[in-house]
Design a binder for this molecule. Structure first.
Ligand code: GLU
Length: 485
């Protein structure tokens, strides 16, 4: 490891909900920190006041808390923990003021007096002539907004920086992408401090990473375009550069940019939909990383143990909901203990307003092998706790079969069950005897009974369902259905 100690950060901008891609970034930073006994820091980048959304802050904490990605240092639920805070950029303005002044004093940055409309005229002229538009100090007007002191943006003077560093080109190393470089002639005199007194993302990000002693910067690929500016700022300020690793872009299954079409982009939706944190983390870890084997199911401990920057891929990661559903099913079936499974199932049913009975445990265990997420439970086991509506069942049962047929099947079932012991085996025997004796179609007969007692066409095995529900309750339901046929 090139730098010690490992200090990494997740620094989202609270501009709305937390994007699922952002959670992947948080996870990779978390894993890396844990792998190297380092520190995982949460910082809020809220300097874009127009896009700032107050509720976004709470959401970030909620998602990280749900997934167990708690920072070791930084902002957390209204508190700041650590020696290099505050960890919210809007509370760090004096720091940025101080650093920008150093650059101005060194002749590497300047108060830009060009008025916004004049700037636009210059830019549009370049666009019209199909020239690249690169703003320079030499383009500053003689007077401009010189009188407006205090309300002027400050720009980095790229030519002065190039002279100061003795370079015409800036280059950098990325652990994932390899070497990158850009000629200074294409880098704009970009803004460090805006007229509203807030720093830009590019400036605040570097100042904070330095003062928070960040050793490794891991973030989404979309920030790679900022690399020339970031590398130059580190050098201009005389700061040591961190190690950079840009995580591959996440695409939908069809190869287009990830959007709602491919799955939820709002991370909290996965909690609402009953996904297990462990399964979601496992899924996100594989978006751009693997351990070099075919292994797909990883506990958090295994991910921590195996995570390394050199196994992060360059090529785009595919967001495949089927894989997430599969993983979630694996966790539900194999990774939870029976007690954990029942507890989570109960929580989910409770949240959905299902009034459960004493047979809760038995009921939810019946579905354990079938569900892909807990959110399916209220729908698939609800009938155990409340009777289906006879009218609706009647409608469903007579879709394929004539009313008379349905009625005769229900009567046959009632007669058979009324005489039968309440064990799965006896129930099966009794119902199969009817089929043999009457020479009726087994599929039609069983599906009519299933609809009669569950109100659904799909349910767990018929005999175990009747047994779990009890023959007594099943008979009540079948009689009610018979009455409305
Ligand atoms: N505030 C940036 C974001 O919204 C952080 C980018 C970075 O990690 O440098 O994702």
């Amino acid at each position: 490891m090139s730098k010690h100690p490992v200090r990494v950060r997740f620094c989202p901008s609270p501009t709305g909900f937390l994007h699922i891609g952002g959670v992947r970034t948080a996870l990779f930073n978390f894993l890396f920190a844990k792998r190297h006994n380092g520190t995982f820091i949460l910082r809020l980048e809220d300097t874009d006041r127009e896009r700032f959304v107050e509720a976004g802050v709470g959401q970030i904490v909620e998602v990280l808390d749900w997934l167990g990605l708690r920072p070791d240092e930084g902002y957390w639920a209204g508190e700041h923990t650590g020696d290099v805070g505050p960890y919210i950029q809007s509370e760090r303005l004096p720091k940025y003021g101080e650093v920008v002044q150093q650059l101005v004093d060194a002749g590497l940055a300047y108060k830009s007096i060009i008025a916004p409309d004049e700037f636009i005229v210059l830019r549009d002229a370049a666009i019209a002539e199909k020239r690249p538009f690169v703003y320079r100090r030499s383009m500053e007007p003689a007077n401009g907004r010189a009188g407006d002191s205090g309300a002027l943006p400050i720009r980095l003077d790229i030519e002065a920086v190039g002279k100061h560093l003795g370079i015409h080109e800036v280059s950098w190393q990325d652990e994932v992408r390899g070497q990158g470089s850009a000629a200074l002639s294409v880098v704009d005199d970009f803004i460090l401090m805006k007229a509203d007194g807030f720093p830009t993302y590019n400036f605040a990000n570097i100042v904070d990473d330095h003062h928070m002693q960040i050793s490794h910067v891991m973030r989404g690929d979309e920030f790679i375009s900022s690399m020339p500016k970031h590398a130059l700022l580190y050098d201009a300020l005389g700061y040591d550069r961190p190690v950079w690793a840009h995580l591959p872009v996440i695409l939908g299954n069809d190869g287009s940019k990830l959007s709602k079409r491919h799955g939820d982009t709002d991370a909290l939706q996965y909690r609402e939909k009953g996904y297990l944190p462990e399964a979601l983390l496992n899924f996100l870890a594989l978006l751009g990383w693997n351990d070099g084997t075919e292994q797909e199911v990883f506990t958090l401990e295994e991910m921590i143990e195996k995570f390394s920057l050199d196994r992060i891929q360059k090529s785009p990661a595919k967001f495949d909901m089927e894989r997430l559903n599969w993983l979630n099913g694996v966790y539900i079936r194999e990774k939870l203990t029976e007690d954990e499974y029942v507890k989570r199932a109960e929580r989910e049913l409770h949240a959905a307003g299902v009034k459960v009975g004493d047979n809760l445990r038995e009921v939810v265990l019946l579905e354990r092998d079938r569900i892909k997420s807990f959110a399916e439970l209220p729908d698939v086991v609800g009938f155990f706790f409340s009777q289906p509506r006879p009218k609706q069942s009647a409608e469903l049962a007579t879709k394929k079969l004539a009313v008379d047929t349905v009625k005769s099947y229900i009567e046959l079932a009632i007669a058979a069950l009324a005489e039968c012991d309440d064990t799965e085996l006896a129930i099966e025997q009794a119902l199969r005897d009817v089929v043999g004796r009457e020479g009726i179609k087994v599929g039609d007969f069983f599906s009519t009974i299933r609809i009669g007692i569950t109100g659904r066409t799909a349910a767990p095995g018929l005999f175990e369902t009747i047994h779990t529900l009890t023959i007594k309750e099943s008979l009540v339901r079948l009689r009610k259905l018979n009455a409305v046929l």
